[in-house]
Design a protein around this ligand. Structure first.
Ligand SMILES: [Zn+2]
Length: 92
């Protein structure tokens, strides 16, 4: 997966959690109780918000609160599955 034409490995922040959110796959659906508030729309909205803060060079002090505790916990505890595109070998 590439974001802004950069490979995932180049998206780094000083926060391990923010970096993990930036590189998480886009998901929606039945993802457990921590996804109760966002599973219908999916996590793409949160990833885009973090990407916006990343690109602006500044995260708000309450960025974790803005995304919500359950989402932060989900991002921290989940081991995500990634796939390699058979056409170009990009990790998606
Ligand atoms: Zn590809």
């Amino acid at each position: 997966m590439r974001v802004a034409n950069r490979p995932l490995s180049e998206l780094m922040t000083s926060s391990k959690t923010a970096t993990k959110i930036l590189t998480m796959p886009i998901e929606r659906g039945a993802l457990g109780f921590e996804a109760e508030g966002w599973r219908v729309s999916g996590n793409g909205e949160m990833v885009i918000r973090v990407l916006g803060w990343y690109r602006s060079g500044a995260f708000p002090d309450d960025w974790k609160a803005q995304l919500g505790g359950p989402f932060i916990n989900y991002a921290k505890r989940t081991v995500f599955t990634y796939y390699k595109c058979p056409g170009c070998e990009t990790i998606i």
